[in-house]
Design a protein around this ligand. Sequence first.
Ligand SMILES: NC(=O)C1=CN([C@@H]2O[C@H](COP(=O)(O)OP(=O)(O)OC[C@H]3O[C@@H](n4cnc5c(N)ncnc54)[C@H](OP(=O)(O)O)[C@@H]3O)[C@@H](O)[C@H]2O)C=CC1
Ligand SMILES: O=C(O)CCC(=O)C(=O)O
Length: 498
Amino acid sequence: MSDHKVYYNYIGGEWVPARSGKTYENRNPADTRDVIGIFPDSGAEDIADAVAAAKEAYNAWRLVPAPKRGELLYRASQILQERKEQYANDMTREMGKVLAETRGDVQEAIDMGYFMAGEGRRLYGVTTPSELPNKFQMSVRQPLGVCGLITPWNFPMAIPSWKIFPALICGNTVVIKPAEDTPLSTYNFVQALVDAGLPKGVVNIVSGHGPTAGEPLVQHPDVKVISFTGSTEVGRHVSTLCAQQGKHVSLEMGGKNPMIIMDDADLDLVLAGAVWGAFGTTGQRCTATSRIIAHRAIVDELTSRIQAEAKTIQVGNGLVDGMQMGPSINQGQLSVVEKYVKIGREEGAELVLGGERLTDGDLGHGFFHQPTIFGNVKRNMRIAQEEIFGPVVSIIPVDSLEEAIDVANDVPYGLSSSIYTRNVNNAFIAMRDLYTGIVYVNAPTIGAEIHLPFGGTKGTGNGKREGGTQVLDTYSEWKSLYVDYSGGLQRAQIDNAE
Ligand SMILES: NC(=O)C1=CN([C@@H]2O[C@H](COP(=O)(O)OP(=O)(O)OC[C@H]3O[C@@H](n4cnc5c(N)ncnc54)[C@H](OP(=O)(O)O)[C@@H]3O)[C@@H](O)[C@H]2O)C=CC1
Ligand SMILES: O=C(O)CCC(=O)C(=O)O
């Protein structure tokens, strides 16, 4: 028998194993000798149990006054705050990103909790004047029922919080299937909700694999909305399944985010932003800067300065002080990085830095790769078009702002973009013409805050947004209410007119 910690699904207020008894191991991507824990390898039957529990709990939860629901969310955020350091440590161990970043991940969940707790006292609808006398009208949000949530591994607490908190504040109940690589952080998040006193069945977590646990959740007829964050390929499949049942679906998917550097940019500022944008979280952010579109007048200087800066990045176990970049999440993702490095070389891009897996000493036990920069990249090369989701950035020279924006928009994704310039006109043109869900000026493509809508255009999404109050639209439907207090007067007026 192994002595690793065993985790269970949380269904209807009980911690239970998968009905089949099957489990899987969760290992540290920085050192695969380190087993984080044993998690249920759940199937359709476990999903069915969780959906039934959520459906039952919905009847009471939807009637809890929204401000009271908000108080529970507030309490959960306080608990997350108290446990922030422990949860950040757990997250670095299971996901690999450095501690400063996992603290930020937990903090985003805390922020989202406080934000949505406040929404419990707002959840604004509108009133409008009526065309008729003695008639009142207004619109209110109503919950949908059971929400199915499917999340990726790169923000394993923040992204679940972006879904669970707004779903709950609207009066829904939820079943979440976290990424198989990072269940612990989502379990920790759910534990905080449980400890805050959430009623049984309101939140349910079922771990397992996408096709065997995620897909049954998507297909379950009692699940009214699916909120999915992950790859464009899986997201489109999920969307197709939802369409077959006419089910609501919110999709947040991939990115190929450009950073435009004009010839008047402050290059010191650019340097910090470009290195953080490209190599923060090992490039495993959907908002990561994966293309630097630089004016030809400064591209050589910029390339050599970014190369010098990126060379100093300390790559290693994120729990060790001083480390700046962790590993890829797993062997599959590392292989994708290696594949694209090979493709870039074959396409004739200039390898300016990196390009190799790191295996010295203890690094050999993890999925580490050098920060990698390609220069002289052409806009239509595969490394400039396809999402890599790793520490690889392409520098693309251009001759004008117009060309830069054209190149920036010429990819199948549209999540985030940025421009560095001292010229206010250029900045406003870019804000207007970059066809992405998020645009930064003089800042990298990463670092979104939860108070504004988060999401993208084209292959990045399906028009929905997380974050901001706009996220409430995913977890509620509008109901228009008309109240006639004329005592039949209106009917009489209409009859007389006829
Ligand atoms: N736009 C955004 O907001 C964000 C987008 N992303 C995108 O996510 C991707 C990386 O995340 P990754 O986890 O690898 O993405 P995947 O699409 O592989 O997985 C996302 C989630 O979907 C599950 N899943 C896989 N197959 C199915 C299926 N057939 N039915 C239902 N669920 C399924 C996964 O389970 P399992 O873990 O078992 O595979 C996981 O929980 C990148 O492309 C990135 O751009 C990431 C973060 C934010
Ligand atoms: O850096 C950001 O803006 C947030 C990134 C994010 O949420 C993601 O990559 O999933």
